[in-house]
Design a protein around this ligand. Structure first.
Ligand code: NDP
Length: 243
């Protein structure tokens, strides 16, 4: 059993997830690097260890119940509680298609990874999150592109964005956030959605104005109370976002 607070991060092998793993390790969390790619997860673990941090690599596909169950079992054996679950893993497929043209293949894959995956992870790790004496948080890495209010606002930049399958899945993730927050209101577990902003990763591309480290800072701020993020809130680095 480790003494440090434990942070579990999905899709932590690259992009925002990798930067978030390094950031939480710097902040003295023991980091669980959830990833489908074992070699990349091990590289992140070594990068953390090289800086004196504490981490473990965990095989994890957020669409595979057996993979999630195995991770939850391994975590329960190794740790008495989890302080933070960051549901970061995500895909952005079929960006060029709006919701009329999006393929059902893309819609179903996006919902499975971006919305149902975080729900599966949250439910599987709930006993360990509830066991955290200082409270625990679930942070869902969403997107303002999944804001229904922004979608219906013709003045908003995101109103003209296509990406029907991605946007639907992030709307569903925001729904998961709100419903989990409500369902867990009498527990010590809080639930948050965050938009990292357009970020330099494989999803965001090289022209994005924000770095993965910016997103990692926001996640850490939400987890530690450094930024204002009440239970059941949706925000970016600037402040609250409309659902
Ligand atoms: P990347 O493409 O760099 O990283 C995506 C990560 O998700 C990878 O680690 C990938 O793993 C993982 N992943 C995908 N599917 C699964 C799965 N089934 N099980 C486990 N892991 C999986 O993108 P970002 O870092 O940009 O994205 C991270 C999050 O940030 C996403 O939820 C995204 O929607 C969100 N976001 C990003 C923005 C941006 O501009 N970059 C803007 C708004 C939100 P693998 O290597 O195995 O594919």
């Amino acid at each position: 059993m480790s003494a440090a607070k434990v942070a579990v991060i999905t899709g932590a092998n690259r992009g925002i997830g990798r930067a978030t793993a390094l950031r939480f390790a710097d902040a003295d969390y023991h980091v669980v690097i959830g990833a489908r790619d074992a070699a990349q997860a091990e590289e992140v673990r070594e990068a953390i260890a090289a800086k004196g941090g504490s981490a473990e690599a965990m095989p994890l596909d957020v669409t595979a119940p057996a993979s999630i169950d195995a991770a939850a079992d391994a975590l329960a054996k190794a740790h008495s509680s989890i302080s933070v679950l960051i549901n970061n893993a995500g895909i952005n497929v079929g960006q060029e298609h709006d919701i009329v043209a999006a393929s059902y293949e893309d819609i179903e894959a996006s919902l499975a990874i971006n919305a149902i995956g975080p729900l599966r992870m949250s439910r599987a790790l709930l006993p360990l999150l509830e066991a955290s004496r200082d409270g625990a948080s679930i942070i869902n890495v969403s997107s303002e592109a999944g804001s229904i209010a922004a979608t219906l606002d013709p003045e908003n930049d995101y109103a003209s964005m296509k990406a029907g399958s991605y946007r639907l899945s992030k709307m569903a993730l925001n729904g998961v956030t709100a419903l989990l927050s409500k369902a867990l209101r009498d527990t010590s577990v809080t639930v948050h959605a965050m938009c990292p902003g357009w970020t330099q990763t494989d999803i965001g591309g090289p022209d994005a104005p924000n770095t993965p480290e910016d997103a990692a800072d926001l996640a850490l701020g939400i987890a530690t109370g450094g930024v204002d993020a009440p239970d059941g809130s949706f925000r970016n680095r600037e402040g609250a976002l409309p659902w």
